[in-house]
Every structure is written in C-alpha cells, then in structure tokens.
Design a protein around this ligand. Structure first.
Ligand SMILES: Nc1ncnc2c1ncn2[C@@H]1O[C@H](COP(=O)(O)OP(=O)(O)OP(=O)(O)O)[C@@H](O)[C@H]1O
Ligand SMILES: [Mg+2]
Length: 422
C-alpha cells in the first residue's frame, strides 16, 4: 500500500501539530515496510524543508542498512544504496542515539566520537542524520539534505524531526515484529508438516507394495505369455493404472512437503479425509486401532488449501492414534452438511477417538504453542505445535474448531468450514 498523503509537496514552514497528526494517522493505516518508509522520509523532508532525503532500513540477514526510500529530484544519486552495519555513520548514530546536524558533528570533530563524521555526511549531501532506535538497536536511519529554506530555525526544527522520527520508529518496529511473527508461523507450519511426513512415508511404502507386485508379476510372465494378446492387453492396462497410482502418490507427497503460499481451490473434503486416512492406515493397524469413516454423500464443496487441510487432519488423526497407543481403540471420522440460520451451509468434520482423553485442566491449553504432555508419557516426544497449527489453519479458512473430552473415554474434535454456496 502506498502512502495516501504526499508530505513532500506542501508549503513551508509547516504547522508541526498538523504534520505530526496527519503523519501519525497515515502511519497507522500502512501495513507494508516500503510504503511506511516512503511516508516517513517524505514527512521528515517536509519538516526539515529538505528537497532530498533517504531512509535506510536494517537488513539483518546481510548485516547492512539498505536504502529503502528516497525523496528528491536526482533520485538516490547522492545516497549510496546500502551501508554495512560496521560503517562509522550507523555506528555513530547507535552510540549517540539522537539526531545529529552536520554542524554538531563538525563541532565534535576533535572529540573521540568526532572522527570526521561531518565529512562522512558530505558525500551524501546530508545535513541531518536521524536514528530510528528501538530497544537500543538502530532499526533504521534517515538522511536529509540541506534545507531549501536557509532562514529556518534549527532549534524549532530539530524537536519536530525527533518527534516524527520516533513515530516512524514505532511504526517500523511494529511492522518488523509483525513480519517476524508471520515468518515464525510459516516456519512452525513447515516444521510440523515435515514431522507428519514420516507417517506419510510409512503409508507410502506400504501403499506401493501392491502395485509393485503386479508390475513385477507382469514383467516375469511377459516373456512366456508374449503371444497371448488377451493377457498382454488386460495386464498392461492394470500395470499402467498401477504406475499412474504410484505417480499420483509421489505427487501427493511432494506437494505436501513442498512449501507453498496458501492456494485456495474448490475441494471435496471427503476426498481429503480419505487420502489422510489412507496414509495413517498402516500406523493405525500397528496400534490396534480400527478406523471407521462415515462420509456424507451430499457434502458441498469448500474453498480451501488442500495441503493445509491435510496437515490439519493428519495432526488430529496422529494425536488420536497416540492417545490410543496403549490399548488400541476406534478412530471414527464423520463428515456432515450443516445448514445454519441465514441459509448458509457449513461442512462439519468430526474426529472421535476412544483414547485416554484430556484432563480438564489441560483442555484450555491444548491449542497453545508448545503445550504437550508427550514428554511425561511413554509416547514419542511431542513439539506441542500440532494443534496450534490446526487452530491457525482453521482460523485462516474462516472456520471453527471445538473439542470435548472425557478422561479414559476419549476425545472429539469438531471442525466446521463454510461451504461454497450452491
Ligand atoms: N486426541 C487426543 N487425545 C488425548 N489428548 C490429546 C489429543 N489431541 C491432543 N491431545 C493433547 O494435546 C496436546 C497437544 O497436542 P499437539 O498436537 O499440539 O502436540 P503434541 O501431539 O503433544 O506434539 P506433536 O504434535 O508435535 O507430536 C497433546 O500433548 C495431548 O496432551
Ligand atoms: Mg500432535
């Protein structure tokens, strides 16, 4: 989103209160760092009466400050595109933690901090250097050129610049935190997905055994039956189907493992549920768990991300198997169509197990990140991320998830997703 107000093309001198107010309002509505820095540098230039300015944002990965937005006719000509974090200018701003005017720097030239910082600003044609500090870290800084209004009073401009710089810092900081949060969510999803791949791989190995046997048999028999056209025709059809089946399975697994941006497509929930049950079949068998499925025939389709929903069901099914690993039991999966007041249809997916259940004190925490009871028990070590991700994915699909449980009897998860109107 680009800034709505162009702060750079307004009359000078400015009304400080009006500038701060409109700038703060604008900042509150921007959700993207590029747009934010553009808005910030425009407002700063306007406050200082500068015709040129640049804002540099910290690039943590590459340990440098990257020029993110520029104001001025000769776009960026005087301002380098990036500066290493070790450069004297960001170092100075970090230590000083306040705005600097070239004159101040000149005055300090002979001091220990001085080290010709004024000279450093000259090649950039900058007169002001403003740090954007948060928690003692220089997140960004702005450079502003000489004012085109030489008569301006520095003593009144500097406090305004400081106030604007601080407002910009707060907004930048919030967006970076938001970005970090988004990134760690993605990372969590990916880690969790890779974890369930182990089960899928087990199911896959089992699944391809049958088609491989039929392919092998065909190859063994073909030399002696080569003159039997019926045999060759019929059997090659079967073998080809088996090869397609293996290809489809491989595709499913690769799709599941690959990281992708969410992609909404029109899907049949029954199909996704069946495909997940298929993958856990072997594991269920080895835990003495019987699978019962009851899939509604009249189920409307839902707009969803197929791989994410698979992740949801696999997490629920694997939790259910874990809860029944000691004594075996039954995993029951039911899909139904629900009509709600207002004429909207929902698809409901109910997963019940007859496992050890969840204690009431734990029930309110099961969706919390890293909540797990799987280090206390003999079960495999859990990360406690499974249900957090389930919850997150369902929310992103505008759905709902509810849970009921009784100790030693079992647990039921009910997911509802809005259906595509028929
Ligand atoms: N069907 C279930 N029956 C009993 N307890 C459950 C069930 N599903 C979840 N839980 C409880 O909720 C906790 C959190 O589940 P979650 O899937 O988030 O993490 P986890 O299963 O412990 O770890 P991971 O998913 O990484 O294996 C579990 O440790 C368990 O105590
Ligand atoms: Mg789990």
């Amino acid at each position: 989103m680009r800034p709505k107000t162009d702060f750079s093309h307004q009359t000078y001198p400015v009304d400080p209160l009006e500038l701060i107010t409109s700038f703060s309002i604008e900042m509150g509505s921007i959700t993207e760092l590029g747009a934010l820095s553009e808005c910030a540098i425009q407002a700063l230039c306007r406050a200082a009466g500068s015709t040129r300015g640049a804002l540099y944002l910290l690039d943590r990965e590459h340990e440098c400050y990257r020029r993110s937005s520029v104001v001025g006719l000769n776009e960026g000509q005087e301002f380098p595109s990036s500066l290493p974090t070790t450069h004297a200018l960001p170092q100075y701003l970090t230590n000083a933690a306040r705005s600097a005017h070239r004159q101040d720097l000149r005055d300090q030239e002979q001091t220990d901090l001085g080290s010709s910082l004024a000279e450093m600003l000259s090649p950039f044609n900058a007169i002001y250097a403003l740090p954007h500090m948060s928690r003692s870290r220089l997140m960004a800084f702005s450079l502003l050129s000489e004012s085109s209004f030489p008569s301006q009073d520095r003593n009144s401009v500097q406090p305004l610049l400081n106030a604007l710089a601080q407002a910009a810092t707060n907004a930048i900081d919030t967006l970076i935190l938001y970005d970090d949060l988004h990134r760690s969510h993605l990372l969590m999803k990916r880690t969790d997905r890779l974890k369930s791949l182990e089960t899928i791989a087990g199911g896959f190995a089992h699944e391809i055994r049958n088609p491989l046997t039929s392919i092998k048999t065909f190859i063994q028999l073909a030399p002696e039956r080569k003159d039997d056209p019926d045999f060759i025709r019929e059997f090659s059809k079967i073998v080809l189907d088996d090869v397609y089946r293996i290809e489809r399975l491989i595709e499913e697994i690769l799709d599941y493992a690959r990281y992708m941006e969410p992609k909404l497509t029109e899907e049949d929930i029954n199909d996704i549920v069946s495909s997940c049950l298929y993958f856990i079949d072997v594991k269920a068998d080895s835990h003495g768990v019987k699978i019962e499925k009851e899939l509604a025939q009249d189920l409307p389709r839902v707009m969803l991300d197929r791989q994410q929903l698979k992740q949801v069901f696999l997490n629920l099914f694997l939790n259910a198997l874990d809860a029944m690993s000691a004594r075996g039991g039954t995993l029951r999966v039911r899909t139904t169509k629900r009509d709600r007041p207002g004429g909207k249809s929902w698809v409901q997916i109910e997963t019940s197990d007859t496992g050890h259940g969840i204690q009431e004190t734990n029930l309110e925490h099961i969706f919390d990140p890293f909540f797990t009871t799987k280090h206390e028990s003999g079960e495999h070590e859990g990360t406690g991320l499974g249900l957090t991700i389930v919850h997150q994915i369902i929310q992103e699909h505008h759905g709902e998830i509810r849970v009921t449980s009784a100790v030693d009897k079992g647990t039921t998860f009910v997911i509802s997703l809005p259906a595509i109107p028929e």
